[in-house]
Design a protein around this ligand. Structure first.
Ligand code: C2E
Ligand code: MG
Ligand code: MG
Ligand code: MG
Length: 268
């Protein structure tokens, strides 16, 4: 890819870009192997009732430790998986690991699993989910699937039907990173969600930025009037927790309540 250089010329060869590209290709190859060999892992982050601090669920977050490069952030490998189609196999592995872990939790909390749009567009998603539930023995009501707004933009009948079937099975559906996408509010009624997760970018600034505070407050009110549960992501301070409770946001997730931990560290 050409990159603009100083002096108005176009540089046709950029060793740095070339190195980036090679690194990415190597990561893609290694990710494929990691998925085949089930080398990915999950961390679990508590989702709490803000008032009582009781853990009501855990979000499963994908982790990949590369043999040479060490921990690769999901922000890096998830997009690679999405662009290359590897997300389908990766998603299946994550779902299996998440349900298998949740079955061991004595307090029977909900496990939330992130789904990529590519997974939802697949016709066999429902079948895959049902198979994993049967194999692990997890009841559908203990599984929650998190989807992002990008998906709604397709506005496809097929995605709507898939989500509808998932809901009918008793599985929860949450709209993740709410407020960061471009989907219109109309989608909220057209798709069968039962939870809204307010993106951490709003939570983080709500103490200092009146605009962010207003957004959080409005989303909570919107959720209430639509009968949806609202969860604030990225809660890091007691002040944020207090503000959230004051405006009626009952659930939260963030470093204040607990960082993502390995399956072994989830209290049983
Ligand atoms: P997400 O689904 O919105 O997950 C929340 C992210 O916020 C996690 O980052 C979590 O570690 C981080 N976080 C939680 N509390 C706090 C806080 O108080 N402060 C700050 N600064 N950050 C907090 P992580 O694990 O790096 O994951 C990033 C994103 O990668 C996720 O965002 C999700 O979109 C994606 N992802 C992770 N695992 C999966 C997966 O299994 N499948 C798919 N499709 N996407 C995944
Ligand atoms: Mg999520
Ligand atoms: Mg999120
Ligand atoms: Mg987020």
């Amino acid at each position: 890819q050409a990159k603009a250089a100083g002096g108005g010329c176009i540089k046709l060869y950029d060793p740095e870009l070339e190195a980036d590209l090679r690194y990415r290709q190597a990561l893609e190859r290694d990710l494929r192997l990691a998925i085949e060999n089930s080398e990915l892992d999950l961390d679990f982050q508590p989702i709490v009732d803000i008032a009582t601090r009781e853990t009501v669920g855990y979000e499963a977050l994908a982790r990949w430790t590369h043999p040479i490069h060490g921990e690769v952030a999901p922000g890096i490998f998830i997009p690679i998986a999405e662009e290359t189609g590897l997300i389908v196999g990766l998603g299946a592995l994550i779902l299996e690991l998440a349900c298998a872990a949740a079955i061991t939790w004595r307090r029977q909390q909900i496990v939330s699993v992130n789904l990529s749009p590519a997974q939802l567009r697949r016709h066999d998603l429902v079948e895959q989910v049902v198979t994993v539930l049967a194999r692990t023995g997890l009841v559908p009501t203990r599984l929650e699937l998190e989807v992002t707004e990008g998906l709604l933009m397709d506005d496809s009948e097929q995605v709507r039907n898939t989500l509808q079937t998932i809901r009918l099975l008793g599985i929860h559906v949450a709209l993740d990173d709410f407020g960061t996408g471009y989907a219109g509010l109309g989608y909220l009624c057209q798709f069968p969600f039962d939870k809204l997760k307010i993106d951490q970018s709003f939570t983080r600034k709500m103490e200092t930025d009146t605009g962010s505070y207003a957004v959080v407050k409005a989303v909570v009110a919107l959720g209430q009037s639509l009968g949806l549960q609202v969860i604030a992501e990225g809660v890091e301070t007691e002040a944020q927790a207090a503000m959230l409770l004051a405006i009626g946001c009952l659930q939260g997730q963030g470093y204040l309540f607990g960082r993502p931990v390995s399956a072994f560290e989830v209290p049983s």
